[in-house]
Structures are given as C-alpha cells and as structure tokens.
Design a protein around this ligand. Structure first.
Ligand code: PLP
Length: 368
C-alpha cells in the first residue's frame, strides 16, 4: 500500500531529542520550546510565537483571545476541519459560513461582505491543502469594519501570498504540527501574533492562567495547552530542513501535475498567480461524468494498493453543529460537490517518483 502520508524524520531530530532526555528537560520548559517559537515566528514574519499541544487548541486559544460576547460572529469557510467552527462555539461566538472557491477550494472571499453584520468580530481564512486564501479582499473588509483576522495556516507551512508567508497575514495565526503536516512535532501547534498583549494572553491561557504575582492564584480560567520540550526539539530539527521539505512538496505538486495532465474526468489543484502552493496534500476532484463519487474511487484505488483520504465534509453538513442550532437548511454547492467528488492522493514527504508513477497508473486504471 502506498500510504497517503508519512513523516520524514532525520538525524538531527534524534540529536535534539537525546539532548532533552540526557539533560532531563522533557516537559514544557527548556531551550527547544523557546527556540522553536522564536524561529517559527521569525520564519513567518511575526514577532511572537506561542507553542501549544495541537492545532485545534491553537484555534481555541486564538479565538479566546478575541473575547467574544454571546452572539458575536466569526466568518469562516464551510469547507474546513471542525476545529475551526468549534473554536468559535467554545469561544462563545457564532460561526457564520461561506462557500468554497471552486478553483482553490479555499473560502470564496467574494461571499464574505454579504455575511458581515453588526455582530461580526472576525474572519477566519483557512489555507486549504497548501494553497493560500486570497487575503487582500479580507484585509480591506477587516479594515473597513474593524474585524480581526484569525488565520488558519495549519496546512500551508511555507506557502506565500503575494510574497508574504502564510501565518504572517492576520492578527493571530494558528498552526498544526501533526504528523502529516510539513513540519511536524508528532502532535503540536502554535499561535503567532503581531500583538504583544495578545501574545501574553495566549501564553496565559496555555498555562492555566497562573498570575505572575503569586503562584497558584488565578483571576481567569485557562487550559493546559502546553507543548513539551521533546516535541519542540523535533520541530526545531524539522524547521532547520524546511527548505528541503518544501522543495519536495513543490516537486511532488509539479510532477503529479505533469503525470495527471490530460486525463479526462479530473480537476487538479491550481496555483494562482499571486500564490505559491506548497501542495500539503495533492487533491483531485472527480467529474460526475465518470459515474463515480470519491468514496467509490477511493475504494477502487485502495484495492489496487493506493491509500487516499476524502476531502472535508462542510461544516453545514455536521450533525454536531446542527445540535448547536447552527446551519440547518443552509447550502453551499461548491463545498457540497467537492466533499463528494474530492480526495487526496498519497502526498507524504517520503513519496518517491516511482510511487507517483504507480499512483497515476492506478488512477488511470481505476477511471477506465
Ligand atoms: C486546517 C486545519 N486546521 C486545524 C487543524 C487541527 O490541527 P490538529 O490536528 O493539530 O489539532 C487541522 C488538522 O489537520 C487542519 O487541517
């Protein structure tokens, strides 16, 4: 079976992890946490980094920093992971959805203005499968209406929008370093921000809101969202090799594009002129004319030794969110279509040229 994703772990990770083990700095203090935060923030062009235990809680802490009041709204794409919508719900706000752009699969930024009300507090763009969101229209709306931008760059490490790195494009940005991400710490995440006060707030929320004036004294309830020095050691070693990791992803994206070009029935990822796509996962969308949906296609590919993953299922199609009184009866046709017809091919950092050739031959066979 050609796996959908495998992490690429190198020698330097072992050296740094060994240092943690030898010196006893295995918990959530130590040099690797501070270095990983500082280096990742600098890489993305943001002054402050707060490492946390995963991308889901990065979003929760970032939304908590907005201090939403009941009824405050945050606009986000329906086509994303549930972490985004539930961060808004847990933060006391109301998620408001827009459809996906049929080319990039990111939020359709042209639909955002119509969703802004007097209760809107923030926009949450999510860079999907490695392609950046078109940020300029969102910046204009944020400026005009006094909204915060909470960027979800979990899937777009190193991608750029008009020359600026994703994760440096909002007031707060969130990352995941799960094992399938370009930079991984096994499990892990980070919040970046330009604002010293927001950084302090996020740091406090991460660590149970301990007050500085007295140990075990609290004026607010927080969380244990801490990352360990062991995990940060892995992340720092990975970050030192990020150019190689990104080069592999970009090569994979290009090569799949060449190999799949001209096969009828498939829509392939794009790279808009204002973006660099890092092809975190190489998605394809199957035409209905093939007579198959993604579930059937994935079943056939798996039977021939190719593992895939289905695309996201929109937030407006989630019973867990209907139960919150959200989104019932709403429809977003682009997200609904790509959720049914889309899947991603093996895209990991260990994928070889020979495996890609085999994947594409299998795709052709399964379409025939
Ligand atoms: C866009 C996006 N946001 C957030 C997350 C959540 O990250 P984690 O799995 O680290 O909680 C993911 C996870 O894959 C994601 O793809």
């Amino acid at each position: 079976m050609i796996p959908v994703s495998e992490p690429r772990v190198g020698e330097q990770e072992l050296v740094y992890v060994n240092e943690c083990l030898r010196t006893g700095w295995i918990s959530s203090a130590g040099r690797f946490i501070e270095e990983f935060e500082a280096r990742w923030a600098a890489y993305c062009g943001m002054p402050f980094g707060i490492a946390v235990s995963n991308g889901t809680v990065a979003l929760e802490a970032a939304v908590a920093c907005l201090d939403l009041k009941p009824g405050d709204e945050v606009i986000l794409p329906t086509f994303t992971i549930i972490s985004c919508a539930q961060a808004v719900v847990f933060g006391g706000g109301v998620p408001v959805l827009v459809d996906a752009d049929p080319r990039t699969w990111c939020m359709d930024v042209d639909q955002v203005a119509a969703k802004i009300t007097s209760r809107t507090r923030a926009i949450m763009p999510v860079h999907i499968y490695g392609h950046p969101v078109d940020m300029a229209p969102l910046w204009a709306l944020a400026e005009q209406h006094g909204l915060a931008i909470v960027e979800d760059a979990a899937e777009a490490h190193g991608a750029t929008y008009r020359g600026q790195r994703c994760g440096g494009l909002g007031d707060l940005s969130c990352f995941s370093f799960y094992a399938n991400k370009i930079i991984t710490t096994g499990e892990g995440g980070m919040i970046l921000t330009k604002d010293a006060k927001l950084a302090e707030r996020a740091r406090s929320l991460r660590n149970l809101c301990f007050r500085p004036e007295r140990r075990f004294y609290h004026t607010e309830l927080g969380h244990n969202f801490r990352l360990t020095n062991l995990q940060a050691a892995v992340g720092l070693a990975q970050l030192e090799r990020i150019d190689d990791l990104l080069a592999h992803k970009r090569w994979m994206g290009r090569r799949y594009g060449e190999l799949l070009a001209g096969i009828p029935g498939l829509t392939l990822p794009v790279e808009e002129p204002w973006a660099t796509n890092v092809y975190w996962m190489y998605g394809i969308v199957l035409d209905e004319a093939t007579g198959m949906d993604a579930v059937e296609f994935a079943r056939r590919l798996k039977a021939h030794g190719v593992e895939t993953r289905p695309f996201f299922l929109g937030m407006h199609e989630q019973p867990a969110l209907w139960e919150q009184g959200l989104f019932q009866g709403e429809h977003y046709p682009v997200a609904e279509r790509i959720a049914r017809q889309g899947l991603y091919l093996p895209s990991g950092l260990t994928l070889t040229e020979a495996q890609m050739v085999q994947v594409v031959a299998t795709v052709k066979e399964c379409l025939a």
